[in-house]
Design a protein around this ligand. Structure first.
Ligand code: 13P
Length: 315
């Protein structure tokens, strides 16, 4: 354990240089972790940063699927996840065998998996997407094949609707079939929460993540990935904003726009405890021990990598 924050910070800096490491942190991470990161970003941004870095060691401050994605993209680097137990309940809602079952039922199906999925599930996919490129990924999918989208039903429903494509929850047949998974944090938000936040902060635009239910998206001013939420205030005049996603998102928003005010939508509902497992102490320990290291078995990695590379090519 650290003696004081300054010593901790110096220790991390020394180890970062010694190890040739880069520290990447998701927008939901604790403020103390975002502060020490070389780069912060959304899921797509972190994947791109991993693809571009020369660093020998990547410390991924986020949850397991994010570290797995970095490990898939950079098989020759050491990828560390400072909190080995930081998972994603959404990613656990769809198994590789369930995707294979969909393929048995619909042999010509085109499978899109959200990056919030296991490497085994990605290995069964034609392509991956994140919340910032789900619409573009769906748009480039072959128009003459049925599409399966999983595990997040809400993101899939949102993307399908943006493109005017009919969607239904699997096993119902539809041009876009959605697996009934959801992010427990975003799924808890309701239109009444938005209504209450608008009452408390009149005139403040509401941003929500597309992992929210479509009824919540319909009450918001904009649906965007965490990266999109970070850009949005730059395009509007408002002084105050309501932020409908995991509460950690307030950190990068307040940093980028110090003169504006940001209010979490239903903050009592929007803490993802997995995202809070990484601490500054944990980062130092990971750099010191060069672990926990995240690796994906090569037979799975080879196929999963193709789905990630396809996604990165879409943009
Ligand atoms: P973003 O790609 O918007 O950062 O999504 C992160 C996430 O996992 C939401 O639950």
């Amino acid at each position: 354990m650290s003696d004081n924050p300054r010593e901790l910070r110096q220790g991390i800096e020394r180890l970062r240089a010694e190890r040739g490491a880069v520290i990447l942190a998701h927008n939901y991470q604790l403020p103390e972790v975002q502060e020490l990161a070389d780069h912060t970003g959304d899921s797509l941004g972190l994947a791109r940063l991993a693809a571009e870095t020369d660093a020998r060691v990547i410390v991924l401050c986020g949850v397991r699927f994010m570290a797995e994605t970095a490990a898939l993209i950079c098989p020759d680097r050491r990828v560390l996840l400072p909190a080995a137990g930081a998972g994603c309940p959404l990613a656990e809602m769809l198994s590789a065998e369930q995707v294979r079952e969909v393929r048995r039922r619909f042999p010509d199906v085109y499978v899109i998996t959200y990056v919030n999925s296991t490497a085994e599930v990605k290995a069964e996919a034609d392509i991956c997407c994140t919340s910032s490129n789900a619409v573009a990924v769906l748009e480039q999918a072959p128009a003459d094949r049925p599409i399966f989208f999983g595990p997040d039903r809400h993101l899939g429903e949102y993307a399908a609707r943006e493109l005017g494509r009919p969607a239904a929850i699997y096993p119902e047949e539809a041009p876009v079939m959605l697996w009934p998974g959801f992010c427990p944090t975003h799924h808890r938000l309701t239109p009444a929460d938005v209504e209450e936040a608008r009452r408390l902060h009149p005139g403040a635009p509401v941003m929500v993540h597309p992992e929210c239910d479509i009824s919540v998206i319909d009450t918001a001013d904009v649906a965007a990935s965490t990266g999109g939420m970070l850009d949005y205030p730059g395009s509007v005049e408002a002084e105050e904003f309501i932020v409908g996603t995991e509460v950690g998102m307030l950190t990068p928003l307040r940093k980028r726009y110090p003169k504006r005010r940001f209010h979490a939508l239903a903050p009592e509902k929007t803490v993802c405890y997995n995202m809070k497992m990484v601490t500054a102490d944990g980062v130092r320990e990971a750099l010191d021990k060069l672990g926990p290291m995240i690796e994906v078995e090569e037979a799975i990695a080879e196929r999963a990598r193709k789905a990630i590379e396809g996604m990165l090519a879409v943009g």
